[in-house]
Design a protein around this ligand. Structure first.
Ligand SMILES: [Zn+2]
Length: 291
């Protein structure tokens, strides 16, 4: 089934909630970047977080999440937009750390715990919005939760998950976000807290076939939820040959001449999707001629 984000209200509007199945989106990222298991989990969890944090983006409005915690994976950068398009990369795709003391993928080791989580939102205004918090945990769910509380003043509970198979393929990936609106009663909050403590891990739920709607039912109780709309989600990069051509042109005439003379061609790789664009000597000459 194709990936999607589902939006819901609960407890008569006291709570806003979102859940996403991002299995195929994260699988695309894993295949494109050929990531090893710990890198896959760190990149995938960041992708799920970026989808959840982008819950209110419209159309081409864009959000970028930068996780820079000085871990083994290096920097992680993910973009998501209001059309449900997500793309991203991890600086060191080939990280496969030993499992942590809970027998799980050591996401904290890949992410690191001495650095920052930055979120930039381009909402088509003059200045993009930007918020930054220190990385407090490194497993990312708590880090996204902390970001929402501190930077966006929205008390939330966020869970992000990636289950990697023994052959490095992505078995499941997804997550949820619950936001408590001003005016929510203590009773509602404590009911959600109790439910979250008691619920199985998201990866186990998804592995047994749970949909995003069913994940929210675990978190909030079936009788309390009103589902709103769904947004299809997929890995999609907006890079193009034209864009990289424009990038080459900015190098200037001399630099392009040097590349042409030394390499007789140029290959440009998109960081986000790993697509390669090849420029022949003739292509380079054409660019030089326009300068
Ligand atoms: Zn690309």
């Amino acid at each position: 089934m194709a990936d999607y984000l589902v939006k819901a209200l609960a407890f008569n509007g006291q709570v806003r909630a979102f859940a996403v199945d991002a299995t195929q989106t994260v699988a695309q990222a894993q295949q494109r970047h050929d990531t090893w298991h710990t890198s896959s989990a760190a990149l995938g969890r960041t992708m799920v977080g970026a989808i959840l944090l982008g819950y209110n983006l419209k159309d081409k409005e864009k959000l970028t999440v930068i996780v820079d915690g000085n871990g083994a994976g290096g920097k992680i950068v993910v973009d998501s937009n209001g059309q449900g398009h997500v793309r991203g990369y991890i600086q060191n795709p080939k990280v496969a750390l030993p499992l942590n003391n809970k027998g799980k993928l050591d996401v904290r080791g890949a992410v690191g715990t001495s650095g920052t989580l930055t979120v930039r939102k381009d909402l088509g205004l003059k200045e993009p919005f930007s918020g930054q918090v220190p990385i407090i945990d490194g497993e990312l769910g708590e880090d996204f939760t902390y970001y929402m509380a501190v930077s966006e003043q929205t008390p939330s509970c966020i869970g992000v998950s990636v289950l990697v198979d023994t052959d490095d393929c992505i078995r499941t990936s997804g997550g949820f976000m619950v936001q408590v609106m001003p005016g929510a009663t203590d009773e509602t909050i404590s009911e959600i807290e109790q439910r979250v403590q008691k619920m199985p891990q998201i990866s186990d739920l998804m592995d047994s076939g749970c949909t995003p709607e069913e994940i929210l039912e675990w978190v909030l109780g079936k009788e309390n939820i009103k589902f709103l709309d769904k947004l299809p989600v997929k890995f999609q990069c907006d890079c193009s040959r034209e864009r990289f051509e424009a990038g080459l042109i900015t190098l200037g005439k001399e630099e392009l001449l040097t590349i042409k003379q030394e390499d007789n061609q140029a290959e440009v790789v998109c960081h986000y999707c790993n697509d390669k664009y090849h420029f022949t000597a003739e292509d380079l000459q054409r660019l030089i001629d326009c300068l």
